[in-house]
Design a protein around this ligand. Structure first.
Ligand code: OXD
Length: 309
């Protein structure tokens, strides 16, 4: 079996070593323009591949996306649309994503944002905090990660609600689906966590009108995709104090351009798309199991390119 690998920004040497050890009977090659045209891969493991990669590969049985979001791959011109795409469904990302979101929940919920500012003025001024079971965390996007995150917050005693395109049932979580319920959903959240994929339907879903539904003092945590939030509307809401603050890991353009006003906002924490890294060992456990299933003709969940996730 031949495996083709290319992953922009990931540690190529470690990945190649790990793939060769996980699939010892396979021939694993790193894609480059010098790769012999006669060498055809059965499976490709990719993250942000170049457009040229698909030009010479005609035998692919499946493409594995080395991340949770498939928007970049789906947009790529020349991608063979008949080849199924399989994404990382969780692959060990959930503890990382949970940590990241919990940090944001605690930072604002326990007033660390205020104490940080007060420290600069040497001001000793306690603020009242609300108990976890009074704070409502709303998760937008209830895929594999979103469901696990929602459950973990619920197990910690937070009030948790979740919103998704289609109905979902999760123990301990109030779930809502469809745009008709979105405004009410947003109006109940103290913290809104976006984990939605980038699709035509989610583009600027959190626009000025929707951000205006949020409670004054609400916090936005975006660890899904930047395109879900209208950046000007978010910037205005933060500048006007309509929102308490934001923890942002993803942006329309990454890296966030140097002159973007969000960089300078006191009530915003910016991180460089690090909320949940792709973990080699966990990712390869899923991928090798999926390849085995595919080789045996068994079902493996695939990305629906019309839905975009
Ligand atoms: C992503 C990821 O899809 O980091 O952004 O997995």
């Amino acid at each position: 079996m031949n495996i083709l690998f290319y992953a922009k920004g990931l540690d190529t040497e470690s990945w190649l070593t790990a793939i060769r050890s996980a699939l010892p009977d396979s021939d694993t090659q790193l894609w480059s323009e010098q790769l012999e045209e006669s060498w055809q891969a059965d499976y490709a493991l990719l993250w942000h591949p170049p457009v040229e990669l698909f030009a010479t590969q005609n035998s692919l049985k499946a493409i594995f996306n080395l991340g949770a979001g498939v928007d970049a791959l789906l947009r790529l011109p020349g991608r063979p649309s008949e080849v199924p795409i399989i994404k990382l469904r969780n692959a060990g990302m959930d503890p990382w994503m949970f940590d990241y979101i919990l940090y944001g929940v605690l930072h604002f919920g326990r007033n660390f944002d205020r104490y940080r500012q007060q420290q600069q003025q040497q001001l000793w001024q306690p603020h009242p905090s609300t108990a976890p079971n009074v704070r409502c965390i709303g998760i937008l996007g209830l895929g594999a990660l979103g469901q696990t995150i929602a459950q973990r917050f619920s197990q910690l005693g937070y009030r948790v609600q979740g919103w998704s395109r289609g109905p979902k049932c999760i123990e301990g979580v109030d779930t809502y689906s469809g745009l008709d319920y979105l405004d009410d959903f947003l109006g109940r959240c103290d913290v809104v966590v976006n984990l939605l994929p980038a699709t035509a339907q989610t583009f600027h879903l959190l626009n000025a009108d929707r951000l205006a539904q949020l409670r004054h003092d609400a916090v936005l945590i975006n660890a899904g995709r930047g395109t879900t939030v209208d950046p000007d509307a978010l910037n205005d809401a933060l500048a006007l104090g309509r929102l308490r603050g934001a923890l942002l890991d993803v942006f329309h353009t990454e890296p966030l351009p140097a002159n973007h006003p969000l960089w300078a906002r006191q009530n915003v924490i910016i991180t460089p798309h690090i909320a949940a890294p792709t973990l080699i060992k966990d990712a390869l456990e899923q991928i090798t199991a999926d390849i085995q299933s595919l080789e045996q003709g068994l079902f493996v969940p695939r990305v629906d390119s019309t839905l975009g996730y």
